[in-house]
Design a protein around this ligand. Sequence first.
Ligand code: FAD
Ligand code: NAI
Length: 509
Amino acid sequence: FRFLRWTWRATYLSAIAGVAWVGYGIWDMRHPEDQAQPDPSKKTLVVLGTGWGSVSLLKKLDTENYNVVVVSPRNYFLFTPLLPSCTVGTIEHRSIMEPIRNFLRHKKAAVKYYEAEATKIDYEKRIVYINDDSEIKGDVSATEVPFDMLVIGVGAENATFGIPGVTEHGLFLKEVGDAQRIRNRIMDCCETATFKDQSPEEIKRLLHMVVVGGGPTGVEFAGELQDFFNSDLKKWLPEIKDTFKVTLVEALPNVLPMFSKQLIDYTEKTFKEETITIRTKTMVKKVTDKYIEAESAGPDGKKIVEQIPYGLLVWATGNALRPIVKDFISQIPAQKDSRRGLAVNEYLVVKGCENVWAVGDCAVANYAPTAQVASQEGAWLARMFNQMAKTHEIEAELAELSVKQEKAPGKEVRDAVFADIKDLQKRLRRVKQIGPFEYTHQGSLAYIGSEKAVADIAWWSGNIASGGTLTYLFWRSAYISMCFSTRNRILVCVDWVKSKVFGRDVSRV
Ligand code: FAD
Ligand code: NAI
């Protein structure tokens, strides 16, 4: 009994401590302290982008060491791993957005933020040209920002490989707006399919949801969509239940190529059970407003071209360079062979440049373009910048002490100054010891629908592959813990409960 009583007390106290901790987090978030103003006499560090790479840099950066300026057309950070859930309303998009203003307001020294797109980097002049491309424009909507140091973290755009019709008719899944467009289009297709006197052919087309690209984006979206149909759409629109169909089209022989063979098989088996059709070895060559044209090999090895009608087309075939990155590559001779992004060295310095670094999807450092890589790069760069500032500080102090030592009146004072110099030199050596960036792969996770997920987790020098409902619980807890803020964590949990209890919202806005 005594043991039970103590266990009960410990649980009770931990619950109180947990609530107090969350409460303090919320209070702290709502009450930012006064900040030191940016110091223009310090070096100007311009950061482009507010995605995984740039924000993880800003999170760890001691902003009082630099005059920091952030430029991005998106005034929020987006937690992309949960974006597929927003396409069907499992999670509301605002729950995975963190306003950049809130975040920057908590830094020790203020950071300037401009909501603008960087249109060009002039490396020779050390200037970034920026453009306000929002709806409301003031008298000035284009200007320039000079820099001493520049971090490029602008991510990538959607690859279309120049396939005709993709941009006009396909929907992408990269930004919040994309998820909202998909959510609306799904409902539009369903409502239009149930319109009076619609022909059976047209109903079939409208209810055919095609996803092109069997990478994790395509797979996660297809899984979420089938969940939406199974748990909600089927109930509220019973007339579509025999016609609604999800097809995933992939050019390679299998989906999720970055996962282990056993998880690829597990995903394909789960999709089959969920009645999602997978069309592998099928390459989409053309898109029109009503059908896609896909090429595959027939049983005799001969090429077959078929037209697949669709109502919704989601295009998820990976990344392409942003125009600003393409333009920058063309300015730097050392980048002439860069095709997939800015080539960087092991210190993330853009090759052929001085004081220009690149992080995330716009940089090529032999790692996959993932949030995991981008955030580790950003955090490493922040540490390096902090150390660089410390180095300059110590070097300035050393110079001062050397003068003091020369002018010291007696041996005793000179010895004391000498001891200080020795200490500082030791500190300087320690501070300067920063090794090159090394990526630590923690594993890959993907949701595959029906409350199942797959995970390839790095473990010691090996790998653990697992798939199923337990992995799904792990997926959920991992992403909750990785959410940007306590606010995001609470909102996402509330959304999960809401969609479980009331179902997903099927209204179209
Ligand atoms: P981004 O996060 O894309 O940020 C780029 C930033 O630059 C944005 O703020 C953008 O507005 C800004 N920008 C764009 N153009 C300009 C310009 N001209 N000037 C200034 N700013 C500009 N990875 C994982 O590791 N795990 C996952 O589970 C996962 N899930 C994903 C799910 C989806 C649906 C998607 C699309 C991606 C997912 N990823 C995941 C990949 C991950 O999101 C990217 O690798 C990551 O976002 C890259 O970070 P980044 O900082 O390079 O770019
Ligand atoms: P991807 O590059 O991983 O996959 C795109 C797929 O589209 C490829 O398998 C390719 O063969 C296929 N494809 C290309 N052109 C085609 C065509 N014309 N017809 C048919 N298929 C075609 O792209 P994705 O999924 O957008 O991911 C981008 C990056 O983001 C990746 O690095 C990925 O690892 C990361 N990511 C990670 C997630 C996770 O870890 N859960 C989730 C989403 C993205």
